[in-house]
Design a protein around this ligand. Structure first.
Ligand SMILES: [Zn+2]
Length: 267
């Protein structure tokens, strides 16, 4: 593709990402409330159906100044944030795949469409896991297990070293399973073990370890900020799935470059 085409398609894919983000909000809210995904969107306070004009992603939230048209109750800022985040993620993932920047070592430039589809699906699952664990303190298997399967299938199709990704998954998953066993499930939950498997199956051994490291650094930074701001006590629950989801997305996009940069120090 020539440059102007890449710019056009990146914008178009970002708009698609915003629409996907809008759907992910529905998935998150309705899963949390135990509702089905079908049926019209309703205000969560007054239960009035939301008019089509007020269902435009991002735009409607700001046009309504973040309030329901009928009852004026506050609409959660999760809506525009997830939509904008998905728009940015889709655009970034598309641009990096077409331009061939920091691709996984086993991916040929000619396979960029397959890589983008893998990344887009994984990003959607990880954004759900990120928000859901943060809000409800649960990493649901119905989100982490399909992500794992998608990662394995696409990586094999892209020509990844099967042994590397399997060992990566069981190594990092095993790391969490070990902590689970010796703490009797107090330090971490079973959901964290599944996230460890996903980390390795998606990224392989080397980048999986990078993602694991970033999870802890991110978790430590957020934890300290919360303690300093007195929002949280030292021993309160930490949404580790949120940190892992964040770390996996960062590593999926920039991991190869980070590893190259780091290894550069050792000549
Ligand atoms: Zn309302």
């Amino acid at each position: 593709m020539i440059d102007t085409e890449i710019i056009f398609w990146t914008i178009a894919i970002s708009v698609l990402g915003i629409a996907v983000g809008s759907f992910l909000n529905v998935v998150i809210f309705r899963t949390g409330a135990g509702e089905s995904f079908t049926g019209r969107s309703k205000c969560r306070k007054c239960l009035e159906p939301v008019a089509a004009i007020d269902l435009i992603p991002v735009w409607s939230y700001f046009a309504l100044k973040g309030r329901c048209r009928k009852c004026s109750s506050v609409i959660e800022w999760q809506y525009p944030v997830v939509e904008i985040a998905m728009g940015i993620l889709f655009g970034l993932l598309f641009a990096r795949a077409t331009l061939g920047i920091g691709l996984p070592v086993f991916v040929e430039q000619s396979e960029w469409i397959l890589l983008f589809v893998r990344d887009a699906i994984i990003a959607a699952f990880l954004v759900i896991i990120f928000v859901y664990d943060f809000k409800y303190s649960y990493i649901l298997d119905r989100f982490s297990v399909p992500a794992m399967i998608v990662a394995l299938i696409f990586n094999i199709a892209l020509g990844a070293d099967a042994l590397n990704i399997l060992v990566g998954g069981f190594l990092i998953g095993g790391f969490f399973a070990f902590q689970f066993l010796i703490s009797g499930g107090k330090w971490i939950g079973g959901g964290d073990i599944r996230m460890g498997l996903l980390m390795g199956f998606l990224l392989g051994i080397e980048l999986g370890v990078v993602a694991l490291f970033i999870s802890y650094v991110f978790g430590a930074i957020v934890g300290m900020l919360l303690i300093i701001s007195k929002k949280r006590k030292f021993d309160s629950h930490v949404p580790f799935g949120t940190f892992m989801a964040f770390a996996i997305v960062i590593t999926m996009i920039w991991g190869s470059q980070m590893l190259e940069w780091y290894l550069g120090f050792f000549g």
